[in-house]
Design a protein. Structure first.
Length: 57
């Protein structure tokens, strides 16, 4: 289950990206998650996906 709270979501997503997935697209495909929804929610706390670092910064 993906957290709804943006701060918890940030921690969850960055952990998964670091330890299990080579890209945000791979994570979303595997977890059946909506990439745009994740990016929009994390943008509310001023975090954006950096594909070179493969994390939200």
């Amino acid at each position: 289950m993906i957290p709804k709270d943006p701060v918890m979501l940030l921690s969850f997503i960055n952990l998964k990206l670091r330890d299990f997935y080579g890209s945000l697209d791979a994570l979303c495909d595997d977890l059946d998650a909506d990439r745009m929804e994740i990016e929009a929610k994390l943008a509310t706390i001023d975090y954006h996906y950096d594909s070179e670092k493969n994390q939200f910064v």
